[in-house]
Design a protein around this ligand. Sequence first.
Ligand code: NAD
Length: 469
Amino acid sequence: MERNIQAHEQISTILDRQRKTRLAAGAPDADERRARIQQVIDLLVDRADDLAKAMDDDFGGRPEGYSLMNDVVGSITALKYSRDTLESWLAPDGRDAYAPYDQLGATAEVLHQPKGSVGIIGTWNAPVYTLMSPLAGALAAGNQAVLKPSELVPRTAEVLADAVSAAFDPEVVAIVTGGPDVADALTSLPFDHIVFTGSSAVGKLVMANAARNLVPVTLELGGKSPTVIGTGADLADAAHRIAVGKWTNGGQICVSPDTVYVPAERLDDFVEALRGAYSALVPTIEDNADVVAIVDDRHAARVDGYVEDAARLGARVETAPNVPVPQSNRRRPLRMVVNPPAEAVIRREEIFGPAVVVLGYGDIDEVVEAVNAGPKPLALYYFGHDTVEQESVIARTQSGGVTVNDVMMQGGLQDAPFGGVGASGMGHYNGREGFLEFSHARSVFRSAGPDLRGEWGMLPPFTEQFRAM
Ligand code: NAD
């Protein structure tokens, strides 16, 4: 990609100003950090309706109530948690002063200091949340930040840019808008940390850029979150919760259930239960304002293409509710793609839309093997009340997080880290782990009392006494 020189210079200037401000002022104290977080909360409250309207426009149909709940209230929840908890994260962290032998009177502690300027690149699917939730941790840890919203939601990006630049000096929080060229410019600069939310493919480009400056990265990526219907699962309850999960943002969520593994003898019952549960939530599609549209034509064609490819290869496709696929807009019913063959694209690629793969299985070991055969997913869901099987599935697989007997709930935990593993990402935000991610853990040793190394035989000339230690 050709470098956007103008964006590079613009962001470089911001970074330089942030650095100078930081060196002059030092790390902000807890009150200052809380005040900054409060400024973000206030701007979200002030512009909540504008943001919800902008997201509706950008998606070509996204219920304003949903946007308020997911993006605005979701972000405010994370910000409030950081605001109200950061004091405890900043508590003195005294350690044992053994280093590597007893030090009379010495003390040791770990200081969690801000890293500096954090670059945060967001996605279109949760355009406010993927910026503001990491920002909550970055500000709690005392950092400055530069935000870059996704170019696929230009109206939302415009409202955010307007609101952030009215509320903050760019020395504290700045925002830049634009496409991949701007994101490329940002990630090629020597930030102190970069948080990227997006696809695994672009995550690799971000990490390669950051590596040139040895900039640490948090990569919040995606994956094919497996959902296991285990022994004794209540099908109606599981179907309802999976339906809610798939309805959420039209399936355009990084932790959306992607592939559901169902005992073969219960497969047809599950498909019917899921159809019923989804249809109960949204009985119509084309003119239903409660259905989140697919964000643009390219993504609509991508999801439709996955379903058509699987059907061509012999998979059964069932629709919930049972209506034709609308031609006039990008709202879609849930397409349940039943038992697609291994070579179908939908078995490989993250769906990220209103479709789900349903696979019948004979033995739980097959499921564990199938999960472990693919890239490590962001989430794993298990339904069932056999605790031995539940623990065994969790112990024998890996994923960013797990929810048992529901879906996606692990992503909303404030007092726990959110992040991927392997191909689904690295690093975290949320909770104490998020604060630590944006802090440098600086070990401080304070010497006291006389230097006894000579008496202990640790200085030349070496004697047999040292050998005996
Ligand atoms: P994307 O990777 O296409 O784009 C994300 C961001 O990357 C955008 O802001 C874009 O401008 C920027 N970008 C594009 N090219 C770039 C480059 N060369 N260098 C640096 N940045 C570049 O992803 P998307 O389509 O916006 O989002 C969908 C993906 O995001 C899915 O895979 C989904 O699972 C994932 N996701 C993950 C999380 C999470 O928290 N783990 C949350 C939401 C979405």
